[in-house]
Design a protein around this ligand. Structure first.
Ligand code: ATP
Ligand code: MG
Length: 209
């Protein structure tokens, strides 16, 4: 389907000699929200890494809006992908910089918008220096760090959101909060998420493996 937003066509991939993805086909349309589902080790996270262009398939094609994923320049990636994993990677700097990653094209207005979308605005504004507070590991709870990573992913208004088990380490109450943030941020964007728990599944389910 040449109009698919995301397409894996006949993709075969293994990190070494062992094949993990064997001639798989996936299509996701613009604005569609899907969940990859399958046993541990099936290759779900690997699919996101192929989409991010971190690896090239041994066979077949991985395309984002018709462009081979491995040909997307690094400088364009933040405007195309918002990628959220289980753990937050803190950068040395302020709360604001966690969200912007020092990208000067992301305005304070955009920072506040994603903070509000993820429900973090009040928490951040209550800090001694607000958005300019230097981040230390104990500044936020695990759930709040996860909300911050969603804010970071959304800050550059990417067209495609990739969520890998982002509620896996959270208790039920916090999971609910993170899932609500995820839905608000997703809006009408294209979303591919991975989840073991049915409570966190969104949209069409794509079985892997
Ligand atoms: P889980 O549900 O446990 O997260 P998954 O479906 O996301 O599993 P992947 O992380 O994609 O599975 O891994 C698929 C297989 O590839 C596993 O057997 C894993 O050990 C292997 N693998 C993953 N990353 C690498 C790597 N960087 N180098 C070598 N093998 C890897
Ligand atoms: Mg995984």
């Amino acid at each position: 389907d040449p109009k698919a937003f995301v397409e894996l066509k006949n993709v075969t991939f293994g990190y070494d000699d062992r094949i993990i993805l064997d001639h798989i086909n996936i299509q996701v349309q613009k604005g569609e929200q899907v969940t990859l589902s399958g046993r541990t080790g099936a290759g779900k996270s690997t699919i996101l890494k192929l989409l991010l262009g971190l690896y090239e398939p041994q066979e077949g094609e991985v395309r984002i809006q018709g462009i081979a994923a491995s040909n997307i320049p690094d400088g364009d990636k933040r405007r195309i992908f918002g990628y959220v994993e289980q753990s937050f990677h803190r950068v040395p700097g302020t709360v604001k910089e966690q969200i912007t990653l020092f990208d000067k094209n992301i305005s304070m207005e955009a920072v506040k918008k994603v903070a509000s979308l993820t429900g973090l605005q009040d928490t951040i504004e209550a800090l001694p220096e607000g958005y300019d507070t230097i981040c230390t590991p104990e500044l936020f709870s695990q759930g709040q760090w996860q909300l911050l990573s969603i804010a970071r992913a959304a800050a550059a208004s990417p067209r495609l959101l990739l969520f890998d088990e982002i509620t896996a380490n959270l208790d039920a109450e916090t999971e609910k909060e993170v899932l609500q943030a995820l839905k608000r941020v997703s809006g009408d964007r294209t979303v591919i998420s991975i989840s073991h728990r049915t409570s966190a599944e969104m949209g069409r389910i794509i079985p892997i493996g």
